[in-house]
Write a protein that binds this ligand. Structure first.
Ligand SMILES: Cc1ncc(COP(=O)(O)O)c(C=O)c1O
Length: 378
């Protein structure tokens, strides 16, 4: 017998535990192209890839966007996220949507060629001082608060910041933007925010201040409020197919690893919260809350096996979940199970899972943990 360490023959290592997320790059590309077609030719497209591209894998999605020829900008939440894209060969302009703190972050942003968001007068001053010290010139976008109540300057402070930066050679204001709080739910609130932003833009114009690219719209606003498209839109959700009219890009899958027939009354899982109501076939799948398959789906969620919807029975555990496959005859160990996605004419969407959990599709997608390999289909 040979001694010594066994080595995996491939790099990156193949995964053995059969739980994975498939991300269809052709579907992502076609959603991006659909977005492009639905926008006026002069409207730029910023694709939001923050949060590891809403759990879809930021580098692979950004490379796909870069190759698609229809994306003008990428949006990330932090300098770290942007730096990882630059290290991976992404050349598209990148806007850091978060408020940079500590201010030292401006140095790294400049190094990686990332456009920071300036959301306060103090950060405008710190950015200018830092660039002066470094002898560099930075491009930034100013964030104007119009009703989101998160980060951003009041229109008055934003005018002051614009005035200040217009006198500094070391900082160029490449854009100004705001963000909608209720684009999916309230036309009136969105119009109120757009009104505030438009009045700010008019005031800047009347003072002769250059604002660069004007942008406001996320997916819902870009689709439902054409007036909000301005010079650029910033969709995330629609590109991933998590917004109506776009094709979902991600499928979360696993395989049955264990199966048994149980008699009426048999308890299942931690806390014995489920007891078989009849003779049943119960399968175990290797997915749990450590993968982002929420414990909130205990005795509530369902999955697809052989095109049939099978309920989750008992409590979801950290690494394993039980499902009742009685209604999917012929099921055996090794059968594929779809947790999010389509199978045999049936589907379970992230939106449906989000409703069961009392949350939003963004959180469902972002919660798929780093332990789940992402397989990007070319
Ligand atoms: C500033 C900003 N712009 C755009 C988006 C994209 O929004 P959506 O995914 O709804 O299109 C987000 C996402 O939360 C955001 O924070």
């Amino acid at each position: 017998m040979k001694s010594g360490a066994l080595r995996f023959p491939m790099s990156p290592k193949p995964f053995l535990r059969p739980t994975w997320a498939e991300v269809s790059l052709p579907d992502l590309r076609s959603n991006l192209k659909r977005l492009r077609r639905r926008l006026p030719a002069r409207t730029r497209l910023l694709f939001v890839v923050k949060g590891d591209a809403y759990g879809h894998g930021a580098l692979a999605c950004s490379r796909c966007a870069q190759g698609s020829g229809v994306v003008d900008w990428l949006g990330v939440s932090s300098v770290e996220e942007g730096a990882a894209l630059r290290d991976g060969g992404i050349r598209l302009p990148i806007l850091v949507l978060g408020s940079l703190y500590p201010f030292e972050s401006f140095r790294a942003a400049a190094f990686y060629g990332l456009a920071p968001t300036v959301a306060s007068l103090e950060s405008a001053r710190r950015l200018a001082a830092m660039m002066r010290r470094l002898g560099r010139r930075a491009e930034c976008h100013l964030k104007v608060e119009t009703g989101m109540g998160r980060i951003g300057m009041t229109p008055r402070s934003a005018l002051e910041a614009l005035g200040f930066l217009s006198s500094r050679r070391e900082v160029r204001v490449g854009g100004v933007y705001t963000h909608f709080a209720c684009a999916e739910t309230s036309r009136a609130f969105t119009e109120m925010q757009l009104g505030r932003f438009t009045r700010f833009l008019s005031a800047a114009a009347s003072l002769g201040l250059r604002v660069g690219i004007r942008h406001a719209a996320n997916s819902a606003a870009a689709m439902e409020h054409p007036a909000s498209r301005l010079d650029m839109v910033r969709p995330g959700l629609a590109a991933y197919g998590l917004y109506g009219g776009f094709k979902p890009v991600l499928t979360l899958k696993t395989k049955i690893v264990f199966i048994k027939t149980v008699k009426t009354g048999t308890p299942i899982g931690y806390g014995a919260t489920f007891r078989a109501r009849r003779r049943s076939r119960i399968a175990t799948i290797p997915v749990g809350y450590a993968d982002g398959f929420s414990r909130g789906l205990s005795n509530k969620g369902s999955v697809l096996v052989r095109g049939a919807k099978c309920p989750v029975v008992g409590n979801v555990a950290m690494d394993m979940t039980m499902i009742d496959v009685t209604r999917a005859p012929g099921t055996h160990v090794g059968d594929e199970v779809v947790l999010i996605g389509a199978s045999g004419g049936q589907s379970i969407t992230a939106a449906e899972m989000a409703r069961a959990l009392g949350t939003i599709p963004y959180e469902v997608a972002c919660s798929i943990s780093g332990r789940v390999p992402r397989v990007h289909l070319p």
